[in-house]
Design a protein around this ligand. Structure first.
Ligand code: HEM
Length: 200
């Protein structure tokens, strides 16, 4: 590896993040088609309503398994104490010319993202399971499951919009961590100065 590049992710981390990302996209498209009349046309992409439902269920299983594996792979990094604060990280995102807070491998925002991702994924999995086998719970509780699955979807879309933006155009140079597994030395110095110093 050239001196200019720093290893950011392992092959296993990238593989499960890609599985997770693709399963998420399939879940959103099939889920919207099943949920609302205005998106009904999307079910045609998967050969109709019945196929969309089966694909939604199994993509959900792939998604939760991949999310739990990623969570375990990054558990140490998202639990590590840091010297940066969420406020300082948001300030840096709003004004990229500002001096970066002393972030380690993951900054305070990414650590929060790691926890939000697993909590929302577990919420979607549990409520989704209750919808897959609808006769196990009482009527009142079952309705709560539908409501929480829909609410979880809205929260997840908000989370992913911010996460995908920051992982691509928001913080240029980050996306290659998911394709090549490396980032440039300048990227590391600018965005994660403490991690960069540890890696040097
Ligand atoms: C859909 C488009 C997505 C894009 C473009 C994307 C992009 C990225 C990138 C580039 C990283 C590496 C960040 C770094 O090395 O600093 C990352 C990390 C991560 N991704 Fe994603 N991701 C996406 C979807 C998801 C989904 C669906 C989940 C989980 C439900 C997820 C969970 C995570 C977590 C927990 C991390 C580590 C912490 C963080 O960097 O926030 N990602 N993602």
């Amino acid at each position: 590896m050239s001196h200019h590049l720093v290893k950011r992710t392992t092959q296993g981390e990238r593989m499960f993040h890609w599985i997770n990302m693709l399963a998420f996209i399939v879940l959103v498209i099939t889920g919207l088609g099943l949920y609302a009349k205005s998106f009904f046309g999307l079910t045609g992409l998967f050969g109709g309503v019945d196929n969309s439902r089966v694909i939604h269920h199994w993509a959900g299983i792939v998604f939760i398994v991949a999310t739990v594996i990623i969570f375990l792979q990054w558990f140490k990094d998202i639990s590590a104490p840091g010297e940066d604060s969420l406020g300082a990280v948001i300030k840096e995102y709003m004004d990229p010319s500002a001096k970066a807070p002393p972030a380690g491998k993951f900054n305070a925002g990414q650590k929060l993202a790691g926890w939000v991702a697993i909590i929302l994924a577990v919420l979607m999995a549990l409520t989704g399971l209750a919808m897959w086998f609808p006769f196990q719970l009482g009527r009142g509780l079952q309705q709560w499951m539908y409501f929480l699955h829909n609410l979880g979807f809205i929260l997840f879309m908000g989370f992913i919009a911010i996460h995908a933006y920051l992982g691509t155009i928001g913080v240029p140079g980050t996306w290659r961590a998911m394709t090549k597994g490396t980032v440039t030395r300048e990227w590391a110095k600018k965005n994660h100065p403490k991690w960069d110093a540890e890696e040097a």
